[in-house]
Design a protein around this ligand. Structure first.
Ligand code: MRU
Length: 372
């Protein structure tokens, strides 16, 4: 996607030195656009833990490059296995992290240490390229859902234009969360680019505000109409017919179609079901964990620092960035970072191979190779 007219991905290798890795520091958005140059595996691990890079697919691609940087320092099998295990521990819920590292290891274990660095960079680049391609395909498969809603305004019995298609999204599942395009936002970008009148309700997504900070910044940069709302506003908007459909991303989908995503997603799905609002989840197949059946019981939920709940960071009137405490002093806080929406509350899944029911049969219909 373009920022200031320049096309970027969310992670890339330095074109001049051919090995160091660049990312946007997402903890600095939307106040400033800062590009970091990372030169060690430890720096990549820190970037993932501190959420300078975040979003399930991007974490996977960044970790793959982290392994490349590790191998530059020590390409032995022992070091490679140790560094991959360390990277895999950086965030527990998004399965793309483990998927990307497993793919790297499968390729690298069959490569002698002399050729490992070059092979690793080639494999990491393939992971990044495939993510961008898959997300573009998700956009194409999700676009008809928005086109259908837009077309309803032009029906003969409704001669008055219906106004914009209103889509609600949670957290950030845009290009910042992937290598390019995004998952939930890809159909939205395509609808906007196709001239469809579209407006996005952006959940602020406490505690870290990925919606207010990142999704709003992305949509604004691309010229997509949007409104930031408090997380608790979604149900009210749905009750009043102000949401045509919800599209969210995910960090892990079970083989039965349960969906782990940013905390608060489950409540949005419940409200959507009560108000007959379609609730779609967009994902590349790298986010499916075929080993897990019951998401509520089996998906590990990351517990993050209580400070993310008690404190909020923002820009002061004088332009300085400051962190202030919003909770009563001395009160403890809990911070489960994700929740699981059971498949029964999900209208359907949008993948790079098309749309399907959130069910084992639905997923296997698109990915028959997983039947074995
Ligand atoms: O904690 P985060 O910001 O990494 O959580 C991100 C999300 O929950 C996204 O919705 C998910 O990773 C899908 S990204 C395409």
């Amino acid at each position: 996607m373009k920022v200031g007219g320049i096309a970027y991905r969310s992670v890339w290798v330095d074109p001049d030195d051919g090995w160091s890795v660049h990312i946007f520091d997402q903890t600095k958005l939307p106040w400033s656009l800062e590009i970091l140059r990372l030169t060690t595996c430890d720096q990549i691990a820190h970037a993932i833990r501190s959420m300078q890079v975040r979003g399930a697919p991007l974490i996977g691609a960044a970790a793959a490059y982290g392994l490349c940087l590790a191998l530059r320092e020590d390409a032995s099998t022992d070091a490679m296995e140790r560094d991959a295990a360390m990277l895999a521990e950086t965030r527990p819920t998004a399965i793309n992290l483990r998927w990307a590292l497993d793919r790297m290891l499968i390729r690298l274990r069959n490569t002698g240490s002399a050729g490992r660095v070059a092979t690793a960079y080639a494999e990491a680049a393939a992971i990044a390229d495939e993510d961008a391609t898959q997300n573009e395909a998700i956009g194409r498969h999700g676009l008809p859902l928005i086109q259908e809603k837009a077309a309803k305004g032009q029906a003969p019995r409704r001669p008055v234009p219906r106004g914009p298609v209103n889509v609600l999204t949670h957290c950030n599942a845009g290009w910042l969360a992937t290598v390019d395009w995004g998952t939930a936002l890809a159909p939205i970008y395509m609808a906007h680019d196709a001239g469809i009148d579209i407006h996005v309700w952006v959940d602020e997504t406490r505690p870290r505000n990925q919606g207010a900070a990142l999704t709003a910044w992305e949509l604004g940069s691309h010229g997509v109409k949007h409104t930031v709302i408090a997380d608790n506003a979604g149900g009210h908007l749905m009750q009043h017919g102000m949401v045509d459909l919800a599209i969210v991303g995910t960090d892990r989908v079970t083989r039965a179609g349960d969906v782990a995503n940013k905390i608060g997603t489950y409540l949005k799905a419940l409200a959507a079901r009560d108000n007959n609002v379609p609730f779609w989840v967009a994902l590349p197949s790298t986010t499916i964990d075929w080993t897990v059946a019951d998401g509520v019981l089996e998906i590990p939920i990351e517990e993050r620092s209580a400070a993310e709940v008690t404190d909020v960071t923002g820009r002061m009137v004088d332009g300085t960035i400051a962190t202030v405490r919003v909770a009563a002093s001395g009160s403890p806080a809990a911070n489960p970072a994700f929740d699981v929406t059971p498949a029964r509350l999900v209208t359907g899944l949008i993948t790079e191979r098309g749309r399907c029911d959130a069910s084992a049969e639905g997923l296997l219909g698109l990915f028959p190779e997983q039947r074995t």
